[in-house]
Design a protein. Structure first.
Length: 73
């Protein structure tokens, strides 16, 4: 399973986890274009790349230069 990440306006990281039902109707790229805010670059990553410990989720960071898979529509 993959997730979609993008940088929020305050510098944090937003994580979108597509449901299996959504993935049956469209591919993850289409979901990203639809759900990532307009103009925001995003990256599709493996589940293993997203920390499972959510304790410090507010402190997660992402290098904007790595968000190269597309831009929200």
């Amino acid at each position: 399973m993959s997730r979609i990440i993008y940088q929020t306006d305050d510098g944090g990281v937003a994580v979108i986890t597509p449901t299996p039902q959504a993935l049956e109707r469209m591919d993850i790229n289409a979901i990203a274009k639809k759900d990532v805010p307009t103009g925001k670059p995003y990256k599709i990553v493996a589940d293993s790349e997203v920390p499972s410990d959510r304790t410090f989720r507010g402190a997660w960071e992402v290098d904007p230069a790595t968000l190269t898979d597309g831009v929200g529509a």
